[in-house]
Ligand binder design. Structure first.
Ligand SMILES: Cc1cc2nc3c(=O)[nH]c(=O)nc-3n(C[C@H](O)[C@H](O)[C@H](O)COP(=O)(O)OP(=O)(O)OC[C@H]3O[C@@H](n4cnc5c(N)ncnc54)[C@H](O)[C@@H]3O)c2cc1C
Length: 276
């Protein structure tokens, strides 16, 4: 992975990026798809972070963090109610519900919301083999603050207290899934839980957020969340300049390309072969 340490500025213009290994790459235009908040807080120098536009973005709340149970199955899960569709299980009618309270791991209630998906059933090229190997994901939202105390510890070395905490959450979520879909019970072969710290370590959104900046009306009114940033020759891509999710991320890429290279992008789009 080419890990970017900072965006290099000359005066008020972006001129390149410096990687963690010390290499520097110069370019006429820089497009950051690392998330706007992440770019401001981690990749731009302190005097830029202090500018009003940067402060305005940095002060927006990130959306909730999440935990995800990754499950390996052996067996034909399509006979147990799984399909290529996502399943959402709600134990609450509250429209304001934000995150599952996991602050007391010894007295966990069930998670109010479960999102379950079976990625191997969505992949037409997946070969389950003779053992019928399949995958599942169970996601629910949790507060970042509950996990923050382990943030300074390294991946896989966060300590027994963290592993124990994870094991308790994992047990509750797995049992909850198997209560909703009991026929999966005999097919579970492998289970591993990711926490907001895993998200922060590997994907690096601010505070392990699942959807980047919270999609509030205030967010969409912020002028700096646009593809052309206030820094000359620095552009933003990704979902934070459009809207949450993978379609937002895709449109963020299109908008950044149009902002950085309008004519080139239009030529490219016009030359794209038609399907079918
Ligand atoms: C478990 C889960 C399930 C989801 N399910 C759905 C779904 O069903 N539908 C949906 O629409 N959305 C879903 N989402 C949300 C969706 O994945 C995100 O909204 C989307 O990926 C955001 O895209 P992005 O390009 O803006 O940011 P990201 O996908 O976060 O990409 C940012 C990239 O920048 C890289 N990066 C960050 N900092 C640096 C650096 N310093 N140097 C180099 N690289 C860096 C990161 O590693 C990352 O690859 C889900 C998210 C999760 C976590």
């Amino acid at each position: 992975m080419a890990d970017v340490q900072e965006i290099v500025l000359k005066g008020d213009t972006a001129v390149g990026v410096r990687l963690k290994d010390g290499q520097t790459f110069n370019a006429k235009q820089i497009i950051s798809a690392a998330g706007v908040q992440s770019t401001i807080r981690r990749l731009l120098p302190a005097h830029v972070q202090a500018q009003p536009w940067a402060q305005e973005v940095a002060n927006l709340r990130p959306a909730s963090a999440h935990v995800c149970l990754y499950i390996g199955f052996k067996g034909d899960i399509s006979t147990a109610g799984a399909s290529s569709a996502n399943k959402w299980f709600y134990d609450t009618w509250s429209m304001e519900f934000d995150a599952w309270d996991v602050s007391d791991p010894d007295n966990l209630t069930s998670a109010e919301i479960l999102y379950c998906s079976f990625p191997s059933l969505k992949d037409p090229n997946h070969d389950p083999g003779p053992e019928q190997r399949h995958t599942g994901e169970v996601v629910t939202f949790v507060p970042w603050e509950t996990f923050e105390r382990w943030q300074q510890r390294k991946w896989r070395k966060r300590g027994d207290d963290y592993d124990d905490f994870k094991a308790k959450i994992q047990a509750v979520l797995l049992e909850q899934l198997l209560t909703h879909m009991p026929e999966l019970r005999g097919m579970v072969d492998y289970v591993e839980l990711s926490t907001p710290l895993s998200t922060e370590t590997f994907c690096r959104p601010v505070r392990g957020s699942i959807y980047g900046i919270e999609p509030t009306p205030e967010r969409f009114a912020v002028d700096a969340l646009r593809p052309a940033s206030p820094i000359k020759q620095l552009y933003f891509a990704g979902s934070e300049i459009t809207s949450v999710g993978v379609i937002g991320a895709m449109m963020g890429g299109v908008m950044a390309a149009v902002a950085a290279e309008p004519m080139g992008t239009i030529k490219y789009l016009r030359k794209m072969p038609r399907r079918g």
